[in-house]
Design a protein around this ligand. Structure first.
Ligand code: ZN
Length: 246
């Protein structure tokens, strides 16, 4: 079984479409680690697609914000404005889909998916100091998380944690070969709003039988997504950041 692992799509239809084309032929099922909406101009199109194509998903903080499950006080002004706009345009079917998304961690096959930290979906997992910070919540050897919009993650070998040492095949992809006795927390990066300095859409392919996770990037028409954000009347900063990937 091969899974396409998506996270933080953020209503960016152009990025999602490009990823689906780029990944075509290399997966059997699709899972999403949260934040289908927020920031971008196409929440209905993205959620409509999610309802038809995802085999599993967890909710993100922006999904919660769009359906009244999160306190907008914690959002910066542009994020809050986008959340309020998203709430105002969502169709009833899409609203109820987002409202029903489960909190992670969620077990899917032999792995887990979650939005943020395994102990708290809203907490950012940017660094990992000690295995004990995450192990109590991990029921599988491999887990996927998002929320930070940084592609990468951590490997835990006995008592030591390290950043993922990946083998690059090209500028577009690098492979993580999973050691059978180690544990992994892997972030596929953000489809719709990368923040790791690379504006290309990010995603991952998990080949269960081969024991390999491939982290990938693909270019998409950023200027189309930007124009749609501006046309929707959303804050210009949300369009500008897409070009630089921060
Ligand atoms: Zn996000």
């Amino acid at each position: 079984m091969r899974y396409l692992i998506l996270s933080d799509i953020h209503a960016n239809w152009e990025a999602l479409e490009a990823v689906l084309r780029h990944a075509s032929g290399s997966y059997d099922e699709i899972v999403c680690l949260g934040d289908l909406v927020g920031y971008g101009a196409d929440p209905n199109r993205v959620v409509q697609w999610a309802r038809a194509h995802l085999s599993a998903a967890v909710r993100g903080n922006h999904d919660k914000a769009a359906v009244g499950l999160a306190d907008l006080e914690w959002f910066n002004p542009a994020a809050r404005e986008a959340a309020e706009w998203t709430a105002s345009v969502l169709t009833a079917e899409n609203y109820w889909y987002l409202r029903g998304l489960p909190r992670g961690p969620l077990e899917v096959g032999d792995f887990q998916i979650m939005h943020g930290h395994p102990a708290d979906e809203d907490e950012y997992l940017l660094t990992l100091m000690a295995p004990g910070d995450v192990l109590p919540w991990l029921t599988s050897a491999t887990a996927f998380f998002g929320h930070t919009h940084y592609q990468g993650g951590f490997q835990i070998a006995r008592e030591s944690v390290s950043g993922l040492a990946a083998r690059a095949e090209s500028d577009e992809r690098f492979s993580v070969r999973l050691h059978p006795r180690w544990k992994y927390l892997i972030n596929p990066g953000s489809v719709g709003q990368p923040r790791d300095g690379d504006p290309r859409a990010a995603y991952a392919i998990y080949d269960v039988e081969a024991g390999v996770v491939e982290l990938r990037r693909c270019a998409y028409p950023v200027e189309v997504a930007q124009a749609r954000i501006l046309r929707a009347g959303l804050p210009a900063v949300l369009a500008e950041r897409l070009a630089v990937g921060v």
